[in-house]
Design a protein around this ligand. Structure first.
Ligand code: LWT
Ligand code: ZN
Length: 259
C-alpha cells in the first residue's frame, strides 16, 4: 500500500474523518444556531440551569498544544437543571479563537455570525466514576459555551489571560495560586440554546449536551491578543496558536431548544 507518512502536524478538520469516522456522524459539533428554528422549551425555564462553582477550584493553566486549559478540582463546582437530568462537575475550561484582529474564531455561529473566540466550560456526569468513563457516553458531558466579543477589558478574565505568556509551549504549566471563580466568565443574562452534540476536536465523541449562552461577554483586543502568547507547531515550525476552531457541522435534523 501507499507509504503512510506520519504527519508531524495534526491534520485539519476536513481530514479528521480519515482517522475518526464519527466526524461524519449524526450529532457532531459545533453547529450554526439558526435562531428562528430554535424551539423555546418552557421546561428549561421551569427547571433553571443551576451553576454553583466554588472560588478556589482552579488549579493550573496548561498549554495543551491546541488551546490553553484551566484544570479545575471539581470539588463543589457543579451544574444541574435546565437540559440536564443529573449533576455534572466542572473538570476544565479552554477556548477556541481565530486570527489576530479577525472576527472568526468561535466554533458555534449564530445565524451565520461568528465571534472572535468561544470559551468552553467542560463538565462530566456524576453518574460515571470519572471523566474518562464519561467522555464517550451519550450523556457523559455538558459543555457551556460562552462567546467572546471584542470590547472593554473583562476584569474576570484578566487573571487568566495574564498567565498565557507564562505557558508559551505545549505542556507548559503554571499553578493558579489565587482564588478564582470561573462563574465570572458567564454572561449576566443566563439565557441559552441547548442541543445534543459532540467534542469539537478528535476523538469527536458524541457525548456532549451543549449549553450555548445567548449573550457574548466582552473582552479587550489585548486579552484576545494574549491568546496568541500561546504557541503551537505549524507546518513551518513553531508559531502563534490561532484558528483552533472547527467550522459548523451538519445539523442532521437535530432540534435546538432555547430558554
Ligand atoms: N472543544 S470541546 O470542549 O468539545 C472538547 C474537545 C475534545 C476534548 C475535550 C473537550 C475534553 C473534555 C473531555 C475530554 C477532553 C479531551 C479528551 C478526550 C478523550 C481523552 C482524553 C481527553 Cl483529555 N478532549
Ligand atoms: Zn472546546
Amino acid at each position: 500500500g501507499f507509504l503512510q507518512v506520519a504527519s508531524p502536524v495534526p491534520q485539519g478538520p476536513n481530514k479528521w474523518h480519515e482517522q475518526f469516522p464519527i466526524a461524519k456522524g449524526q450529532r457532531q459539533s459545533p453547529i450554526d444556531i439558526v435562531t428562528s428554528n430554535a424551539k423555546v422549551d418552557k421546561a428549561l425555564s421551569d427547571n433553571p440551569l443551576k451553576v454553583s462553582y466554588s472560588n478556589n477550584c482552579c488549579q493550573s493553566v496548561t498549554n495543551t498544544g491546541a488551546s490553553f486549559q484551566v484544570v479545575v478540582d471539581g470539588a463543589g463546582t457543579e451544574i444541574s437543571g435546565g437540559p440536564l437530568d443529573s449533576t455534572y462537575k466542572l473538570v476544565q475550561f479552554h477556548a477556541h479563537w481565530g486570527p489576530l484582529g479577525g472576527d472568526e474564531g468561535s466554533e458555534h455561529t449564530v445565524d451565520g455570525v461568528t465571534y472572535p473566540a468561544e470559551l468552553h466550560l467542560v463538565h462530566w456526569n456524576q453518574k460515571y466514576k470519572d471523566v474518562g468513563e464519561a467522555v464517550d457516553k451519550p450523556d457523559g458531558l455538558a459543555v457551556i459555551g460562552v462567546f467572546f466579543s471584542r470590547g472593554k477589558e473583562h476584569a474576570g478574565f484578566k487573571p487568566i489571560s495574564d498567565l498565557f505568556a507564562k505557558v508559551p509551549r505545549k505542556a507548559d504549566k503554571v499553578d493558579i495560586s489565587f482564588n478564582y471563580d470561573p462563574a465570572c466568565l458567564l454572561p449576566a443574562r443566563r439565557d441559552y440554546w441547548t442541543y445534543l452534540g459532540s467534542l469539537t476536536t478528535p476523538p469527536l465523541f458524541e457525548s456532549v449536551t451543549w449549553i450555548v449562552m445567548k449573550d457574548p461577554v466582552e473582552v479587550s483586543a489585548e486579552q484576545l491578543a494574549a491568546l496568541r502568547n500561546l504557541l503551537w507547531e505549524t507546518p513551518s515550525g513553531e508559531g502563534q496558536m490561532c484558528n483552533n476552531y472547527r467550522p459548523p457541522q451538519p445539523l442532521q435534523g437535530r432540534l435546538v431548544r432555547s430558554t
